[in-house]
Design a protein around this ligand. Structure first.
Ligand code: PAF
Length: 287
């Protein structure tokens, strides 16, 4: 496994791969790797001749300076895990390498970016678009791998790829969960024992809401609003937890649905503060 810090060196390595007709898979990450990331890497390794993993904590997507400062950074452990997972190249650039000049580009994703994460983290998706477009331009992969936990990000990246005509397949990978159901996240490492115990209530409640929906779904117009308020109430009843938002949206447009019949792809998206750690999760309802 090669560890590369400079763009020209990465491009030299990839030019050689292309000339020998090798397929390239890219897994963009911000490091502090866990089993969720490794599932993406394993898929990239299986589906491509060359698997490139970028490890870069992208400052332009953090609207909160403290969040950027506290974001876990574990480069040595990351490299060890990536070597074991079979990655071929780890790209670990410094901030100056990715942004020699400030990136002033403004992307527009319409209604996709004004809801949920976009509403509570202004500028976040513009920063994601800046770094992902740079990585796709530099690496020019055949496939790029993203987790479904960041469901809104995934939808916006698909839109970005369409807008900029990148010739890449965006591969969505299922959420990887701890044994008790908590969605894996680099932020879980910041939970104290009480918060970690409380966190399980997020996925537990989302799953219970799917079961409830199935049960009440036999009624002609089972209310979406009732499911939403039930989830929020259950989670807010746990002392450590505070729901920032929970919405049930159409999985293509990300807009709230009023009736289950408004969509064939209902998705529940949630952000919860557990102490001061912000966690997100996603649940897919039956249409
Ligand atoms: O999902 C993430 O970890 C980041 O948003 C990404 C896609 C690596 C861009 O920095």
């Amino acid at each position: 496994m090669k560890i590369i810090e400079k763009i020209p060196e990465l491009q030299r390595a990839l030019t050689h791969a292309r000339q020998t007709h090798k397929s390239i898979g890219l897994v963009p990450t911000m490091g502090a790797l866990h089993a969720g990331h490794l599932a993406l890497v394993q898929r990239a390794v299986t589906e491509n001749d060359v698997a490139v993993v970028s490890v870069f904590v992208n400052p332009s997507q953090f609207n909160d300076k403290n969040d950027l400062k506290n974001y876990p950074r574990t480069p040595d452990a990351d490299c060890k895990l990536l070597e074991e997972a079979g990655a071929n190249i780890v790209f670990m650039p410094a901030v100056d390498e990715m942004y020699p000049e400030p990136d002033t580009r403004q992307f527009a994703f319409g209604a996709l970016e004004t809801v949920m994460e976009g509403q509570f983290r202004p500028g976040h998706f513009n920063g994601v678009a800046q770094i992902v477009s740079r990585l796709l331009t530099i690496v020019n992969p055949d496939r790029a791998y993203f987790g479904e936990k960041d469901f809104q990000q995934l939808t916006i990246i698909r839109d970005l790829v369409k807008q900029l005509n990148f010739n890449v397949d965006i591969v969505a990978c299922p959420i990887v969960r701890e044994a008790d159901g908590l969605a894996m996240s680099s932020r879980n490492a910041r939970l104290n024992p009480a918060e970690r115990q409380a966190a399980v209530n997020i996925s537990k409640t989302l799953n219970a809401s799917v079961v409830r929906h199935c049960l009440v779904g036999f009624k002609p117009q089972s209310p979406v609003s009732e499911t939403k308020s039930w989830v929020i109430k259950q989670i807010n009843a746990v002392p450590e937890l505070r729901v920032e938002y929970f919405d049930i949206v159409d999985g293509h447009t990300l807009q709230s649905i009023q009736e289950w019949s408004d969509t064939t792809f209902p998705v529940g998206c949630i952000a919860v503060f557990d102490g001061d750690v912000r966690l997100i999760d996603v649940v897919f309802y039956l249409a």
